[in-house]
Ligand binder design. Structure first.
Ligand SMILES: [Cu+2]
Length: 116
């Protein structure tokens, strides 16, 4: 029963957030089943990415400058934010380039954002 309430709340939240975000150029990444979905996204400079955790596990959005500087487009951004179940965090990207991130709790979870 508790699980059903959880998923109903999760779906309602997703519908609400997607409606809200689609007004601008922002994009949502769902954190679900130990994956960032979608893993790769492209956004316009000045837009935000909103990570929304619908997993039953807590995750985070972590990056380090070294990882992002490994490629020519790498952005010099360091980020470490916890993302508990049903929590949303946002980050606005104001530079063109590539942003790679991972979950430090489960380092096989990786994602990439291209800012154009
Ligand atoms: Cu994780």
């Amino acid at each position: 029963m508790r699980k059903e309430i959880f998923f109903t709340l999760a779906i309602l939240s997703i519908v609400f957030i997607i409606g809200f975000v689609s007004l601008g150029g922002d994009k949502i990444v769902l954190v679900n089943r130990f994956e960032y979905q979608p893993e790769d996204i492209t956004i316009k400079k000045g837009s935000s990415v909103h990570w929304f955790n619908v997993d039953l596990e807590g995750h985070n959005i972590t990056t380090d400058r070294g990882r992002n500087k490994d490629n020519n487009l790498g952005l010099d951004i360091e980020l470490s934010k916890d993302l508990d179940t049903l929590r949303l965090i946002s980050y606005e990207f104001n530079e063109e380039g590539e942003f790679q991130y991972y979950c430090s709790l489960h380092p096989y979870m990786t994602g990439r954002i291209i800012i154009k």
